[in-house]
Design a protein around this ligand. Structure first.
Ligand SMILES: [Zn+2]
Length: 560
């Protein structure tokens, strides 16, 4: 059997030359010159021109391989305008909203004649006009410095403080835990990195590198500085910035040159337009015996801080103060815990009492390496790596077990905002509902049906309808029940250790819903509050999602 080699994919202007003709006609219709040529890369490019401040400037449009599904990129002379143009290569930021600002029926001529023309007119008119026409996004200086994207420098607090007690000094960079990225662990005059953040990203076995840092004054920097300009301005601020490299050259006489990092920090725009924040750039500098210096590459900083997390989930701010007990570290409790940790719940108590079965990897958060380990410990360790700013406490407690378990549960309950029952056990749910009511705590129940055909999430307030009311309502049909699979295949280990079958993604989908309910029920955030007391989910069949409010059931054995 012979295999026919796939033919080389062709450029868009080869497969649809009429599209190129149309593009050129669009330029002509708008009175714009257009010179088309194929670059050495094979990409089609059209050279045109637009007026800027009364003078014509050359504009280059480069069409990507997947044009017109992918939009063209428009370039001008680097440094033409102060905002919305990269300093180094000169491409303009014309597409603010990719879903609206480019559509394959649009032409590159239109991008140039409309979007770019407006930007150039606004830029010529001044900063106010540019600000009026732009999206509400900052233009931080550090984002305009060309960097090596394969390595980042993780920077925890307190190195982001706006006010620094020193202007320069020593800096220590540790190698990151898994990658060749770096982490700032301490800096003279600023302090030590926050221990929780460092614990997650560094490893005591990895190397540490001594470096130096300097703060640049406001106004010391040109609009978009080059690497060498950054270094020279840093040296002007502190002539000893390359002192470490000079010492190494003195000590290691055989070396012709040495290289190492210097940290340069400055104030820049961000995180929102018009705001001020601290920026960091790390320069990998080479110094030779003649005193010649060059910058090998620049690295960008990534903040590992609670404030930077909060900017990505502003509705979840407030969860740092929350404390939640999750009962059950199984295929529901583990992903519930991981979602709460990611969301930023400050303290999670995770309760379980048995050990991990490797075959539960089919739907569990943790892998076979945790075989035989107590589940609450394994899940606490794994989930704590997701967010260095929260605590997950493993609690070896069997809810529904003996007196010891009961008393240890009694120590936790007064401390938590609410309790999540992810055990899938009615007896555990009954114990938890009684204990939660005793302590005035809300109970959130999450459970899956046989085969994970469906599931339910329900909220029981200490003074409202209870778990009994919910179960009795489902029995008489006043509360809907989720779909159930056949019970025949639910005990692969043996009837003394019931284990159910069902897809992990269904468990995780219900866990996400339960975590959302927990955040809504704890009431510490601006995330929308609860819409209902229960959600019944079917992962197959009609009625995928039903929700409603509970009533006290007339036959409830609790005296409501
Ligand atoms: Zn009741």
């Amino acid at each position: 059997m012979s295999v026919t080699p796939a033919s080389e994919p062709q450029e868009w202007y080869q497969t649809s030359p009429q599209r190129l003709e149309w593009e050129l006609a669009e330029f002509a219709a708008r009175g714009l010159p257009a010179q088309a040529e194929v670059a050495s890369t094979g990409r089609m490019r059209i050279t045109t021109s637009l007026p800027f401040d009364g003078e014509p400037v050359e504009i280059l449009v480069i069409f990507p391989f997947e044009y017109p599904d992918v939009e063209p990129t428009v370039y001008g002379p680097p440094g033409l305008v102060g905002r919305h143009q990269t300093r180094v290569v000169g491409n303009f930021c014309l597409i603010e909203d990719p879903r609206l600002d480019w559509w394959p029926t649009m032409s590159a001529a239109g991008l140039v004649d409309e979007d770019l023309r407006w930007l150039l007119e606004d830029s010529a008119a001044g900063a106010t006009a540019v600000a009026g026409g732009e999206a509400d996004m900052p233009e931080p200086l550090s984002q305009h410095i060309a960097v090596d994207h394969s390595v980042v420098v993780v920077v925890p607090d307190p190195f982001w403080a706006i006010e620094l007690d020193a202007g320069h000094g020593r800096l220590v960079l540790a190698e990151a835990f898994l990658s060749n990225s770096l982490v700032v662990t301490e800096a003279d005059g600023i302090g030590h990195g926050e221990a929780a953040a460092l614990d997650v990203v560094t490893n005591a076995k990895k190397a540490r590198h001594a470096a130096l840092w300097v703060a640049l004054g406001v106004g010391a920097l040109p609009l978009w500085p080059s690497h060498v300009e950054l270094l020279d301005i840093g040296l002007a601020a502190w002539p000893e910035l390359l002192g470490k490299l000079r010492e190494t050259l003195k000590r290691e006489r055989k070396r012709a040159s040495v290289s190492g990092f210097v940290g340069v920090t400055f104030l820049e725009e961000g995180p929102r337009r018009g705001d001020t924040r601290r920026g960091w750039i790390f320069l990998d500098v080479e110094l030779d015996r003649k005193g010649e210096r060059s910058v090998l590459r620049a690295l960008r900083a990534q903040a590992l801080t609670p404030a930077e997390r909060a900017r990505r989930v502003p509705e979840l701010v407030g969860l740092a103060e929350a404390r939640v007990a999750v009962v059950g570290a199984g295929s529901l409790g583990a992903p519930i815990t991981s979602e709460l940790v990611k969301a930023g719940v400050g303290h999670t108590d995770l309760l379980d009492y048995d050990r991990f079965d490797v075959n539960n990897c089919v739907r569990h958060l943790i892998g076979p390496r945790w075989a035989g380990v107590e589940k609450e410990i394994a899940v606490a360790i794994e989930t704590e790596t997701l967010n260095p700013f929260v605590k997950v406490a493993a609690r070896h407690i069997h809810v529904g077990g003996g007196q010891d378990d009961q008393s240890r549960l009694g120590l936790i309950l007064p401390e938590v905002d609410l309790v999540v029952d992810a055990t899938g056990s009615h007896s555990a749910a009954r114990v938890l509902q009684r204990r939660c009511r005793d302590h005035g705590k809300t109970l959130v129940l999450a459970s899956l049906t046989a085969g994970s055909y469906g599931g339910e999430v329900a909220v029981f307030r200490p003074d409202g309808p209870c778990f009994w009311c919910f179960v009795l309502g489902q029995r008489d049909g006043s509360v809907p029940s989720p779909a159930e699979g056949p019970r025949s295949n639910t005990t692969p280990v043996g009837c003394s250790t019931p284990a159910f079958s069902g897809a992990g993604f269904d468990a995780t989908a219900l866990a996400a819903l339960a975590a959302r309910t927990v955040v809504q029920a704890c009431g510490r955030t601006s995330y929308p509050s609860l819409e209902s007391d229960y959600i019944i989910v079917n992962f197959r069949g009609p009625n995928p999602w039903r929700q409603g409010n509970l009533q006290v059931h007339p036959e409830c054995p609790l005296a409501h």
